[in-house]
Write a protein that binds this ligand. Structure first.
Ligand SMILES: Nc1ncnc2c1ncn2[C@@H]1O[C@H](COP(=O)(O)OP(=O)(O)O)[C@@H](O)[C@H]1O
Ligand SMILES: [Mg+2]
Length: 331
């Protein structure tokens, strides 16, 4: 099996200077903490985690933009510590919003892509065919001859994505590529990524906090929190890990806090979480219960007694969201 990316105790620390009680204070942030991962060629590898988990830092270590504090990574055969610049030139494309600088001001969307294409030595004929296709695919056709400084953040993100797809490198590192896209463009992009990885054997590392996106696109998912990998596997494998519990969702109009506190103390109850604004009700109380627990009638009775209206009670299959919550609880 060929791995496109391997990381060996990859670690990144940032030192921060802050002020505490009027005195300067040096603080260290461990953004990526001894991560060991192997990412196969041709797979979509998801990196899921909350804000500040270390996803962006991890991707920047992989494309040679940051130097590891400890450990190393081999990306497309290159050691990031030694030839980071080569990785950027030949193997990896990344769509960060920050890296466009003054180009936003001077060039139209089409010119920007043409410039990028020439910069990366893509043959003229290929650019002529590919750029209009990409602009159409990413719904930027109408805006092709406008200067992107006027674009919304979703449009800028799509243009950045066009730049990555234009370069067509063997590895694509995508940092939250569908943020700010409308739902239909987001699904078009996801579908495209999944297909490209399969058909063209591209390796795609996809940092996201959309669980559905990860579940749909990814062959393997790594959950990351505080810079550490807290769960790793295919979506099905990860779900099996939490299947030892029953997940019961109670859709309600309000959350009876005291009842919930009482249930938290009961042995059969592993965890209780609340979701807001679900499809069927203002709130959904999610109970993870020991398998075959007989607690459900009791839960319904107590919530009703607390004057909450119950819209629906359902026993569900675990979702990626449940997996993440569960992993977060045990980490
Ligand atoms: N250049 C930097 N200097 C100092 N701290 C940083 C820097 N970049 C990221 N961090 C910190 O590292 C942690 C991980 O950040 P990041 O990789 O951006 O997470 P994510 O992409 O998952 O939201 C955060 O605590 C963040 O504040
Ligand atoms: Mg980030």
């Amino acid at each position: 099996m060929r791995y496109s990316i391997e990381t060996f105790d990859l670690t990144k620390r940032f030192s921060l200077k802050t002020v505490a009680d009027g005195k300067p204070l040096k603080k260290e942030v461990l953004a990526v903490d001894h991560v060991c991962l192997k990412i196969r060629q041709g797979e979509v590898f998801g990196l899921i985690g909350p804000n500040g988990a270390g996803k962006t830092t991890f991707l920047r270590l992989l494309n040679g933009l940051l130097i590891p504090s400890e450990g190393y990574a081999i990306v497309d055969g290159y050691d990031v510590r030694e030839v980071g610049h080569k990785i950027n030139q030949t193997s990896v494309a990344v769509p960060w919003l920050g890296d466009m600088g003054m180009q936003w001001v001077r060039q139209t969307a089409r010119e920007y892509l043409e410039f990028e294409g020439r910069f990366w030595c893509i043959p003229k004929q290929v650019l002529k065919e590919k750029i209009p296709k990409l602009l159409k695919f990413l719904e930027l056709e109408e805006w092709a001859d406008e200067i992107p400084i006027k674009f919304s953040s979703g449009m800028k993100r799509r243009l950045q994505l066009a730049r990555v797809l234009l370069r067509n490198t063997p590895i694509m590192l995508l940092d939250e590529p569908t943020v700010n896209l409308d739902p239909s463009s987001a699904w078009t992009v996801r579908e495209y990524l999944k297909r490209t990885a399969k058909e063209e054997e591209k390796t795609i590392v996809l940092a996201t906090h959309y669980m559905l996106e990860a579940e749909y696109c990814c062959d393997t998912i790594a959950f990351i929190n505080h810079g550490r990998i807290i769960g790793l596997g295919s979506p099905d494998e990860l779900k099996k890990k939490v299947v030892e519990y029953d997940i019961v969702k109670v859709a309600v109009d309000k959350v009876p806090q005291e009842t919930i506190i009482r249930f938290r103390g009961i042995e059969d109850v592993i965890s209780i979480n609340v979701e807001k604004d679900t499809e069927v009700s203002p709130y959904s109380i999610i109970f993870s219960l020991k398998k075959d627990s007989t607690l459900i009638p009791e839960i319904v009775k107590e919530i009703t007694k607390a004057n909450s209206r119950i819209y629906e009670v359902s026993k569900t299959q675990p979702t990626m969201e449940d997996v993440f919550r569960r992993l977060g609880e045990v980490s």
